[in-house]
Design a binder for this molecule. Sequence first.
Ligand code: PMP
Length: 442
Amino acid sequence: DSSPDTQPVAASAALMERALAVTPGGVNSPVRAFRAVGGTPRFIASAAGPWLRDVDGNRYVDLVGSWGPMILGHTHPDVLAAVQGAAAHGFSFGTPSANEVALAEEIVARVEPVEQVRLVSSGTEATMSAVRLARGFTGRSAVVKFAGCYHGHVDALLAHAGSGIATFGLPDSAGVPASAAAETIVLPYNDVEALEAAFAEHGERIACLITEASPGNMGVVPPAPGFTDALRRVTREHGALLISDEVMTGFRCSASGWYGLEGPYEGGAPDLFTFGKVMGGGFPAAAFGGRADILAHLAPLGPVYQAGTLSGNPVATAAGLATLRGCTPEVYERLERTARTIADAASAALTEHDVPHTVQWAGSMFSIFFQPGPPKPVRDYDDAREQDLPAFAAFFHAMLAAGVHLPPSAFESWFVSAAHDEEAIEAVLAALPGAARAASDS
Ligand code: PMP
């Protein structure tokens, strides 16, 4: 039996079998299927603080955090109370309600260049709407994105995308018409020359450049010093908007996201931002926003249409507000401390077992690239793809067997929460040497 599962997984396996009959691949989002690492995806029954408990009764320290949202840990008492309180007053009204205003105010107060936001239900909707708005505002069609950046499953933005597209080594997605992709220009990340050349050639038809504020979907690949400034300068020279996708980094890298760490920029702020994950606290809430004069082009004020039955949902916005209000300066300090402790220990264990690797950072987000040769910085998607994937898979399964749930992909950030306490951190540290050995033996 070549199954990498060493724990009891009968209940998860039985659910997976049922799921496979009624859901493609058994999952509602591809990376959850464990295809890249093998074995049985764990079906989670409950979660509290830093812990997940699966349907077989196994307990794991969670380093996925629902891929970002659970910054305060699972079922945080204040967030739970806010959700229960809001739900008791109604689930969805289809009319304006107070929490939407408060959540928008909270975001606008935190991210200085964001004057207004429109709330939506997913990061995909946020980026899709931001791109439409940029096209409507500029009257142009082309969009520039970077290889390895993921902005949700928007037709025009799937070309050379990160996240699951990277995990499965796919070039693109079928089902995206050539006409939708034809307006997308894909560039290598951290390459100012390629950026300038593309704008020199196509500048007049480029509506916007969208970038992850600090990419996390090809693993963590932060912008080189000056790169974001170059994005601002070049887009402005050519009359294109700059969209900073902070769906992953927003309210996680700092109280005001990646912008809070790297901004303000010499040449000015990005024109539009997108947010998701943390601002929904684990519920479907996301947003796009930025300059008020651009946002004024949205319906009902302007000609760019965008809408949503559940947009600004009262329960989701209550969860998001309680989560953001819980993100105190102490929380960010704690996230950084926890992330450093775990990453340093992981790196030491891998070094001890001669596993070549590089750790890269964006605030408390980090990932460990398992490299086939001597360690070197990962600056773009081509670098990120040079990974020893079997070594990662062996490491992943050894961690899982020892009770630590990492993202099941070598192309993702690890996410810590403010609820990761001494016990959880100790459990991670205890698991690392064995996992490093497994990676070394793979
Ligand atoms: N943008 C970025 C930077 C993301 O990381 C993600 C999700 N991982 C998205 C957009 C899409 O968000 P969602 O999955 O909520 O549609």
